[in-house]
Design a binder for this molecule. Structure first.
Ligand code: ADP
Ligand code: MG
Length: 233
């Protein structure tokens, strides 16, 4: 019911998608581990939130018209002190205005900076025949250039999710490469199951979605969703 409220609110405003803030709220309701992300409406508020979240922080533009935030110069990572927060706030707003002068700006999200991890992508599409369908792939060039992804119709069982991790060509990367520790496949598989439950539960609402990237840590250390997108039907 809480997720439907967030979605209904976006529709009331005539929007066909959720902002990252809203999408992460929905993800959280389904037990997906997202970075703490709070909306600031002013430079002062951003500074106060950064102190609360703890440095370093990441700041991002929040606008329904800007879905690919980096393309708009709307993402700043590794911001280390208050002066840098204030600077980033102004720069992100200026970049967004230059990118799309008519974009409606909700503010700037302040979020915890997740430590480095192996980048993967979770996503969903609505298949005309099978309905809500999960996608999993490794991030970066693996998905963009090699299209190294795999699909499962929701719901996805834990055993199926583990099989998805193994069946992409880049799968062995999760076992640890160049002396790295093995990645937390158990939590990643559990995250896939939870995500699949979400798209099934909200199948009347979600047209497509993604968590890109999800950072995967070593065994026992879990995963973190750092970006979230939901497109409505
Ligand atoms: P875009 O809308 O361009 O996809 P993202 O939110 O994915 O924007 O941010 C771009 C990149 O910045 C991500 O791919 C990731 O590498 C990095 N990033 C974003 N948020 C965080 C975060 N909270 N912690 C660490 N890195 C982040
Ligand atoms: Mg992204």
């Amino acid at each position: 019911a809480a997720a439907l409220k967030i979605i209904a609110n976006a529709r009331t405003e005539g929007r066909g998608s959720l902002t990252e803030i809203e999408a992460k709220q929905v993800f959280t309701l389904y037990g997906l581990p997202v970075t703490t992300t709070i909306l600031a409406h002013s430079e002062d508020e951003a500074a106060a939130l950064a102190n609360k979240v703890g440095y370093p922080v990441v700041m991002k533009i929040v606008s329904p018209e800007i879905l690919h935030k980096s393309d708009a110069g709307g993402v700043k990572v590794n911001i280390k002190d208050e002066a840098a927060v204030r600077d980033a706030y102004r720069t992100i707003l200026a970049n967004a205005k230059a990118y799309n002068a008519s974009a409606n700006i909700h503010g700037v999200a302040v979020q915890e900076m997740a430590p480095w991890g192996t980048e993967v992508i979770l996503g969903s599409v609505n298949d005309a025949t099978f309905g809500p369908t999960m996608m999993f792939g490794l991030g970066g060039i693996f998905v963009e250039v090699l299209k190294d992804v795999t699909f499962r119709v929701a719901p996805v069982s834990p055993a199926q999710a583990l099989r998805m991790l193994g069946e992409i060509r880049g799968g062995p990367i999760l076992n640890g490469v160049r002396g790295e520790a093995p990645r937390d496949k158990a939590v990643l598989a559990d995250t896939i199951c939870r995500y699949a439950n979400m798209i099934l539960d909200l199948s009347d609402e979600i047209s497509e979605s993604d968590a890109n990237p999800v950072l995967v840590y070593e065994e026992g250390k879990g995963v973190k969703v750092v970006d979230a997108r939901i497109i409505l039907k």
